[in-house]
Design a protein around this ligand. Sequence first.
Ligand SMILES: Nc1ccn([C@@H]2O[C@H](COP(=O)(O)OP(=O)(O)OP(=O)(O)O)[C@@H](O)[C@H]2O)c(=O)n1
Ligand SMILES: C/C(=C\CO)CCC[C@H](C)CCC[C@H](C)CCCC(C)C
Length: 405
Amino acid sequence: MLQKSGFKISSVKCLFFKLGRAVLTTESFELSTNGDSRALILALAVSKLFLEVESSLSPTQTMTLLLRGVPALPSVRSNFYLVRPHVCSISTSSDLPLSSSSSLSPKPLRPALRDRIFYRAPYASLRHPFSSPPTPRAAPGDVLQDAGATAAVLAGAYAFVFSFEYLARRKLIQQNLSRKLVHVFSGLLFMVSWPIFRYPFALYLISLQDSTSTEARYFASLVPLVNCLRLVIHGLSLASDEGLIKSVTREGKPEELLRGPLYYVLVLILCALVFWRESPVGVISLAMMCGGDGVADIIGRRFGSIKLPYNQHKSWAGSISMFIFGFLISIGCASNHHRGYINGMLYYYSIFGYFQLDWAWTVRKVALVSLVATVVESLSTTDVIDDNISVPLVSMAAAFVSFGY
Ligand SMILES: Nc1ccn([C@@H]2O[C@H](COP(=O)(O)OP(=O)(O)OP(=O)(O)O)[C@@H](O)[C@H]2O)c(=O)n1
Ligand SMILES: C/C(=C\CO)CCC[C@H](C)CCC[C@H](C)CCCC(C)C
């Protein structure tokens, strides 16, 4: 246990809970206090503690400290600005008045001061401020766990697609609807499975274990890779799988597997390898491709009588659905997790501690990405530039500009 700045960490942690609500995750402190001046002392202790942690981070790493209900004291700000001005700003909301007894700050800075400090460990095992030194590279148990996770998700993928093959073959579901539901849910369920790779959920609950491991992404990427090979083999008619063709093609032609479905799984591989669970960019891009584009088709086909002025093959109903579902699946249906209710993929990943976002800011950025993706999706596509290429790639670019890596 680290002994820092005069406080035993456990006492700091306990004292936080006494003074207010402190949420300690693997990436950030979120200290909500009643403005008690003792909390400000602790906040300074925490900021000094983070500086200790920060010195052990690699050049590519940044940090997050969310102090809510604690005025942004110049000394707290300076600690972090000095450390990483190019990636640090400070997120505090001095929406609570300081207690009169406070001697630390003559007056709170202007209320609702909102900047951000982001912390995420892109390529190294993340060090929880209270944990022991970074865990060693993959232990045999980790590899076994990831191999097991890969096998489980592969089996899930096969069973998922097979169930739609069954429904389509029995004509219990239209072939096009089957294809679109596979389009919507395959990628989203794949993303939902990412935390089981080298990340024992139980350990997270017990000890806030490391949530970022590099090798796990390679194991996870095997799932879309195997499906990619499956699509190529059957798309080239090297083998025959009528059920697969029926469940994921428009007209039941094997060569169709080599377009939309193949591009789709290639994008899954790209997002898992490049962005994985460290960056909101991959999560948002897949939400737009799977949730937004998929639902746009389902709603557009059914309710799309009013066509877009510049594209008679697309409709307002489809495009509006693309925007709404791309946004909701990315971030959920509210903007303030203190008072609202968030249930999107970004919040799902923040629960596991992969990244912490300023939700009010994130809502605006995701809405912008969703708008960009909607406009791109509404444009005509050719056989070469399929929606499954244009929508995720443009979403990645827009999300990268908005969020950085
Ligand atoms: N913004 C949109 C998108 C789709 N559609 C409806 O959904 C149909 C199929 O949309 P499209 O994006 O072309 O889907 P596909 O290319 O068939 O399928 P995929 O994207 O999976 O390749 C369109 O003809 C249209 O009737 C719509 O009305 N408005
Ligand atoms: C029909 C599709 C795109 C056309 O727009 C999607 C094709 C999906 C692939 C056939 C199967 C992909 C499976 C995923 C890689 C993994 C899903 C795992 C999950 C647990 C179901």
